[in-house]
Ligand binder design. Structure first.
Ligand SMILES: CC(C)(COP(=O)(O)OP(=O)(O)OC[C@H]1O[C@@H](n2cnc3c(N)ncnc32)[C@H](O)[C@@H]1OP(=O)(O)O)[C@@H](O)C(=O)NCCC(=O)NCCS
Length: 330
């Protein structure tokens, strides 16, 4: 991971402007290992959600030094009344009562998200035990989309390490959040994914993927990707975009010469927009499991504050890496 283009840059950004990140699963051994490593650095301070005795005991029994970590207990939080009031205000259109708010805020995913909302932390990382939906839903409900965006989406940064240090870095969206994105959703996903790609040193060449290359196949899904690519070209005239493209035409110069010789993106694409979550989720995992790419993400895009989701199968190094990525995007 230390060789990812742009990753060292992310640490430099944080060193200039250190941040605080909330971990919602304060007793998880992987979180504690990553937290102990962050505590030994000077650029990112962990806040662990949980009962202090339980968190300390978990750290001791797994052998991680978390001395100096801030631990906040939802069941003993001195600003809980203020948090409940703010929660009710944010959810007033749903008619949430203070009793319901208090119950909801006893759950670490909602409590941690409110710590970010109240400005007590800059970022949040959860999902070591929570599902994606349970990590993301509080953010969608309380943090909301940033001004100018209609949806929250996500991308993966895919890194294939090279012995020469010249790693291959790609971006793929949206493989984790929007189940059936519309044409307009896909346009927004492309813009956000391209922006994220740049942070990781990618000069985005964006392919809207399909089973058809520029009209070779027919069908509603082909039209969707074709129209989305056309709308994206209009919306982002300075970005290199093409579609609809099959994956082979998108990445292989030889196939591109045969199927779509006029395309400037085909054969060189490095930023991939999938038609839906089925294609995207399967696609990134094929690259990860069969293509030897390391997958970093899902990185949530379009949220008003940086909150990210871990895979439940993650290891401590992935937690550490995602914490840095999340906080640097703050
Ligand atoms: C993200 C996800 C959890 C949201 O589903 P949900 O909680 O059932 O969504 P709901 O329709 O009940 O909406 C909850 C709130 O989030 C908002 N929301 C939902 N999807 C949103 C999106 N993509 N962008 C912005 N806001 C969104 C809704 O407007 C709603 O807000 P409100 O409560 O203030 O009215 C759902 O789309 C999902 O399960 N996606 C797939 C996750 C997954 O399994 N990924 C694969 C593993 S990585």
């Amino acid at each position: 991971m230390s060789n990812v283009n742009g990753f060292g840059q992310l640490i430099e950004i944080l060193k200039k402007n250190p941040k605080k990140i909330v971990f919602t699963e304060g007793t998880d051994a992987r979180i504690l290992e990553a937290a102990s490593r962050l505590l030994a650095s000077n650029f990112l301070a962990p806040i662990l959600v949980g009962n202090p005795d339980e968190v300390t005991e978990a750290a001791e029994s797994s052998g991680y030094n978390i001395r100096g970590a801030e631990i906040i207990d939802p069941n003993n939080f001195d600003r809980m009344d203020e948090m409940v009031d703010l929660f009710c205000e944010l959810r007033k259109k749903k008619g949430v009562t203070p009793e319901q708010a208090r119950e909801t805020l006893s759950h670490a995913n909602y409590f941690g998200t409110m710590l970010v909302k109240m400005g007590l932390a800059d970022a949040l990382l959860g999902g070591a035990t929570y599902s994606t939906a349970d990590t993301v839903r509080p953010a969608l409900q309380l943090i909301k989309t940033k001004p100018g965006n209609n949806i929250v989406s996500s991308c993966f940064i895919m890194v294939r390490p090279s012995a020469t240090g010249d790693n291959e870095v790609l971006a793929m969206g949206d493989c984790a959040i929007n189940i059936h994105p519309s044409e307009d959703d896909l346009v927004e996903i492309a813009g956000e994914t391209a922006e994220c790609a740049r942070i990781f040193g990618i000069d985005p060449k964006i392919a809207f993927l399909s089973y058809s290359t520029l009209g070779s196949g027919k069908g509603e899904d082909v039209d969707k990707m074709h129209n989305a690519a056309a709308k994206a070209k209009e919306k982002y005239p300075n970005l290199s975009i093409d579609g609809e493209l099959q994956f082979d035409a998108a990445v292989s110069p030889r196939v591109a010469r045969t199927k779509c010789p006029e395309s400037e993106v085909a054969g060189h694409a490095n930023t991939f927009i999938f038609p839906d979550i089925n294609a995207g989720n399967i696609g990134y995992k094929i690259a990860q499991r069969l293509g030897q790419f390391d997958a970093y993400g899902p990185i949530l895009l379009g949220l008003n504050a940086p909150i990210n989701d871990l895979s439940r199968g993650c290891n401590a190094l992935e937690v550490y890496s995602m914490a840095i990525i999340t906080a640097a995007l703050a």
